[in-house]
Design a protein around this ligand. Structure first.
Ligand SMILES: O=C(CO)[C@H](O)[C@H](O)COP(=O)(O)O
Length: 224
């Protein structure tokens, strides 16, 4: 999707941030625009990054960073998404930062998701669901995940690094399986079933966390 739509969403979100607040910084190409626009505002902020990549960008741009455990709570987090479904249920983790993202989102009083219009779907699942697992026993965990998923699913694939035929490793030292489900009719029971697996560290279903969505369309920013 056109980068200018991502930029417009990021800039619109940056305008909502108030001076003196604690802000969670998302990960991904849309979140990059938010971080850049936020830095340009030169507010007095404390920021918590959801990935090493975002932390590096924020540091380079002069934003003050704190560790999640060094702040009492986060006032507002702004982050992208891979899919935005009904009731602002989301799939996240395309960039591999889902665990830190969810930890930061859960610590936030308010979460704003920013995206281009192409991310809106009537039913989640077209985007493969990222599932972060421990490296120990990950093939057994993958087999158990396959058992949890609905019968009609497509293969669950170990995510590889783009530049090599080696597994992608998250900032937390874990691996990711991407589950091509096509259609997630009931996200909440699936989320619970996945979390019940010992090898599953986190999954990319973000349910009941986003309060607001800023969707960038050719006609302007739509607020949900
Ligand atoms: O969840 C994420 C990273 O883990 C991203 O927010 C998601 O992948 C969207 O990325 P982009 O803005 O590049 O489309």
């Amino acid at each position: 999707m056109a980068d200018h739509q991502k930029r417009a969403a990021g800039e619109a979100a940056a305008e909502l941030i108030q001076d003196g607040t604690v802000v969670g910084l998302g990960t991904g190409s849309t979140a990059v625009h938010f971080v850049q626009a936020l830095a340009r505002r030169r507010l007095d902020l404390t920021c918590v990054a959801t990935s090493r990549a975002t932390a590096e960008l924020a540091t380079r741009l002069g934003l003050r960073l704190a560790a999640l455990d060094d702040v009492g709570r986060i006032d507002v987090t702004v982050d992208g998404a891979d899919e935005i479904g009904p009731e602002l249920a989301l799939i996240k983790g395309g960039g591999g930062a889902l665990l830190r993202e969810k930890l930061v989102w859960q610590a936030s009083a308010r979460c704003i998701v920013i995206a281009d219009a192409g991310k809106r779907v009537g039913c989640l699942g077209r985007f493969p669901l990222p599932i972060e697992v421990t490296p120990f026993g990950h093939r057994h965990t993958a087999a158990r995940i396959a058992g949890v998923l609905e019968a009609a699913h497509l293969p669950t694939a170990l995510r590889l690094r783009g530049d090599a035929n080696k597994p992608f490793v998250t900032d937390n030292g874990n691996l990711i399986y991407d589950a091509a489900l096509e259609r997630i009719a009931a996200p909440a029971p699936l989320a619970r079933a996945l979390k019940a697996e010992a090898g599953v560290v986190e999954h990319g279903l973000f349910i009941g966390l986003a309060a607001t969505a800023l969707i960038s369309t050719e006609a302007g920013i739509e607020r949900l």
